[in-house]
Structure formats: structure tokens, C-alpha cells
Design a protein around this ligand. Structure first.
Ligand SMILES: *Cc1c(COP(=O)(O)O)cnc(C)c1O
Length: 464
């Protein structure tokens, strides 16, 4: 049906891909040998590969296709905007209708005093903006020494130099000389992996108070901001203990430190509220948005700042901007996406229908012999695989071996499910029906059974 992507047989596409396309986060040589999976089209929650096989998308693309695939209203919005005004910038004291409408709509949707948005084309760019914007803010407030960002180990904030530094991914920091200076990482609120004998509540407080320790060590006058995902996504869908975020909020307030909620995954309905910071009960000074803002139909992100931050920043020039900041086509598509999320009550669907249905099935997976923990918040969920439930042990074969086996079984079962080391992760489109959730659950269960059998037959069901 599509003359660009459907002209060649799969093997030929794979060969060209291997020869000319460098994949993100991939060992190229190994992939070239195996051959990439080519996705040709999608509708609703279903992908179709280049051989016509249907695959259930348990990841909403990459945590982003919140309204599902195939919404022609977004294609029409893009086409209309391209005909009317395909591009214009906001650098020359100029603006245009889609960016104005989208900025105003976001101010309406986002609670509290977060009313002004600086646009980017991705979450990474938006977090880079946050780094520059926050330092500029403290500079203008006469505190130019406040330059340090405190983040968490195993956080994900993007892949550019700045945002990957803000992130706490050890594998990313091991390449290319990251993190850049003045980013400090404290422990993550991952009770399952790191909480030992403590109660989750006590562990949540302990990890939050590492922020206070960092402040004592480096000085309140040096620390600019704390950044965190309300619920860690790429780190393995880590739902923090309930004590964690209120304590972080208390510490930020007590020490005049800006609080940044990275809402790139949690935003736009995924946790059962419009924004993840509502779900965890905090009031950030800045939020990062991307992914679900356009349901991935166009690349767009942004930093939404409080009235206070906006007022200070507005006193003078801010030497920062992207050619595609507030791109009209991306803004028009985002507006249409927000209209659909709102008018079709998709957040209510997550909170009252799809989320509770998935939760009842998902939490029961904790009884499976291979599962040490089943975590879920709204429509993001994970399973920690273990050979020893009581000890919450890892595998003797090393982190990621069991997870990869499970991921490969999932794909073979017609389900896109991701693995983060030995945590299996899903983040399906928010519009998933209860029937489709049942199909997903059947495939997850089959995958767990097959993985357990394989681990046992290969002698890999052994604790580290
Ligand atoms: C994906 C992600 C980013 C980076 O967004 P890109 O659009 O890939 O640059 C930032 N923060 C979080 C929490 C993310 O999940």
C-alpha cells in the first residue's frame, strides 16, 4: 500500500538496512547477522511487519504512541499545516498560530503555575534546555554558583551530552566521557533491587534523604535543581515507595532547589492522570515533556516552567533556541493529539478501565515461579525475573541473560515487550481495550512459561 516502504522483499530491506543504517543503542555487527525486523504499517495497537505478520505493540512504539496508530486526524492536521505554513520560527520577535495555540492549551492542561513552554524537538533537547535555563535562572537571581544538578543512578533523561549526563545510565556514561561536570547522582528508589531488609517506606525515605546529604556535602549555594522521572521508565519501570517523592519535595522546598519532573514518559495519561507528578503528589517548578505530547506522530518536546521561573528568565536575553523550536507542523499535530486524548476521555480510560484491568492481571504474575516483583502504575508495568523469589536474587549467568531470552520469546509470540536487564517492561498504547489486554496477558504468560522452561533446560535457573 505504501510505495516507499513496500517495494522490496524483506531480505533486501534487511541487507540495505545493515549496510547503511546505524541503529540507536544497538550492536550493529550482531544485528546485521541476525537481520532487523522491518515494521511496515500499524493500526490501533497492532503492528504489521514486512512479511505481513501482526504483532501486538506492548511498548507503544517507544513509550510514545499514547492514542494508538492510524489516527488520520493527525495526518490531516499535518497536511493542512504543511500547506498553510510548513515552517516559521519564533526567533525574530515572531510567532505563529500553532505554537501559540499549543502553548496556551498546555497551560490549561498542566496543573498549578506551570504556564510557559520552551519548545524543542525531543526530550533530550528539552532536558538540555532545562540545564541551560536553570543555570540562567540562578544567574539572574544573583546566585551564579548554583550550577549543580542532582539526579539519580539508573535515571533516563535522554541521549545528548547534557541529557545523558543528567541520566544515570552506567552503560551510557562508560562511553564518550560522561557525565559532564556539575551533575551529581544519588541512589534510585528501587526497593526490589536495593532495599534489602528494609521496608519499602523506610527505603523510600532513605533514598530521598541522599539528596539532603548531597546538599550538606556540596552546599545549598551550589545546587541548582533536582531532576527525576516520577516513575522511572527506561530504567525498568521502577515505581518508587510512596514515601519517596513527598520527602524529595520537602527537601527541595527547604533548600531553595528547583524541582524538575521529567514527564517525557509519565505525561499525557500514562499513569492515569494527565501528568505523573499529579500521581506521585508533587508540585515541580519545571516539567519536561515529549513522547506522548504528539503520541510520537511528530518529533516535539518542551520545558514547561513555573510563573516564577518564567518571570526571572524573561528579564533579559536567553541565548538558546533550536531551529525547530515550536515547529508549526509538530505543534498542529500535538494539538490534534491533545484534542483526542481529551475528547475521547482516554485518561479516564486508563484510570478506570484499562489500568485497573491490566493491574489485576499483572499483579497476579507475581505468583509465577520466575517473577520476583510485579510493578505497575497506570499503563506502565514491569516484571523482575528471579531464580529465587525470597532472596530477590539475580541470575548466576549475569544480568540480562534471562531478560533477553524472554524478550526473544515475546517477539516470537507476536508481542513487543522490552527487557531492561532482567526486568520485562510494557508500556502499551493507552487506548488498549480490555480484550486486547487479555491477549497481551496471554502472550506474557506464555513467554514466562517458555522462558522458565528454557532457563531450566539450559541450567540457567541459578541464583547469582
Ligand atoms: C525518552 C526519554 C527522554 C528523551 O527523549 P528523546 O525524545 O528520546 O530525546 C527523556 N526523558 C525520559 C524520561 C524519557 O523516557
Amino acid at each position: 500500500m505504501n510505495q516507499i516502504t513496500n517495494t522490496r522483499p524483506t531480505a533486501e530491506l534487511q541487507a540495505l538496512d545493515a549496510a547503511h543504517h546505524i541503529h540507536p543503542f544497538t550492536a550493529q555487527a550482531a544485528l546485521a547477522k541476525k537481520g532487523t525486523l522491518v515494521i511496515r504499517e500499524a493500526n490501533g495497537v497492532w503492528l504489521t511487519d514486512s512479511d505481513g505478520n501482526p504483532i501486538l505493540d506492548g511498548m507503544a512504539g517507544l513509550w510514545c504512541v499514547n492514542i494508538g496508530y492510524g489516527r488520520h486526524e493527525l495526518a490531516d492536521a499535518a497536511a493542512r499545516q504543511m500547506r498553510e505554513l510548513p515552517y516559521y520560527n519564533a526567533f525574530f520577535q515572531t510567532s505563529h498560530v500553532p505554537v501559540i495555540e499549543l502553548s496556551a492549551r498546555l497551560a490549561e492542561l498542566i496543573p498549578g503555575n506551570l504556564n510557559q513552554t520552551f519548545f524543542a524537538s525531543s526530550g533530550s533537547e528539552a532536558n538540555d534546555t532545562n540545564m541551560r535555563l536553570v543555570r540562567r535562572y540562578w544567574d539572574l537571581r544573583g546566585k551564579p554558583e548554583k550550577t549543580i544538578f542532582v539526579s539519580r543512578k539508573n535515571a533516563y533523561h535522554g541521549s545528548s551530552m547534557g541529557s545523558a549526563s543528567l541520566g544515570g545510565m552506567a552503560a551510557m556514561h562508560s562511553q564518550g566521557g560522561l557525565p559532564i561536570p556539575d551533575v551529581h547522582h544519588i541512589g534510585q528508589p528501587n526497593w526490589y533491587a536495593e532495599g534489602g531488609d528494609m521496608s519499602p517506606e523506610d527505603f523510600g525515605l532513605l533514598r530521598a534523604r541522599e539528596l539532603e546529604t548531597a546538599i550538606e556535602q556540596m552546599g545549598e549555594d551550589r545546587i541548582a535543581a533536582f531532576i527525576g522521572e516520577p516513575i522511572q521508565g527506561a530504567g525498568g519501570v521502577i515505581v518508587p515507595p510512596s514515601t519517596y517523592w513527598p520527602e524529595i519535595q520537602r527537601i527541595c522546598d527547604a533548600h531553595d532547589i528547583l524541582l524538575i519532573a521529567d514527564e517525557v514518559i509519565c505525561g499525557f495519561g500514562r499513569t492515569g492522570n494527565w501528568f505523573g507528578h499529579e500521581t506521585v503528589g508533587i508540585t515541580p517548578d519545571i516539567i519536561t515533556i515529549a513522547k506522548g505530547l504528539s503520541s510520537g506522530y511528530q518529533p516535539i518536546g518542551g520545558s514547561v516552567v513555573s510563573d516564577d521561573v518564567a518571570a526571572v528568565l524573561g528579564r533579559d536575553d536567553f541565548h538558546h533556541g533550536y531551529t525547530y523550536s515550536g515547529h508549526p507542523v509538530a505543534c498542529a499535530v500535538a494539538l490534534e493529539n491533545l484534542r483526542i486524548l481529551d475528547e475521547e476521555n482516554i485518561i479516564d480510560h486508563v484510570r478506570n478501565v484499562a489500568g485497573p484491568h491490566l493491574k489485576s492481571i499483572w499483579t497476579a504474575f507475581a505468583d509465577h515461579a520466575l517473577v520476583g516483583e510485579a510493578s505497575i502504575c497506570g499503563m506502565m508495568a514491569s516484571l523482575a525475573l528471579t531464580p529465587d523469589k525470597a532472596a530477590r536474587a539475580g541470575f548466576k549467568a549475569g544480568p540480562g541473560t534471562a531478560g533477553l531470552i524472554a524478550r526473544d520469546f515475546a517477539f516470537a509470540n507476536g508481542l513487543v515487550m522490552r527487557h531492561v536487564y532482567d526486568r520485562l517492561v510494557i508500556s502499551p498504547p493507552l487506548i488498549m481495550t480490555t480484550g486486547e489486554i487479555d491477549t497481551l496477558a496471554d502472550r506474557v504468560e506464555k513467554t514466562l512459561d517458555q522462558t522458565l522452561a528454557r532457563l531450566k533446560s539450559d541450567g540457567l535457573f541459578e541464583p547469582a
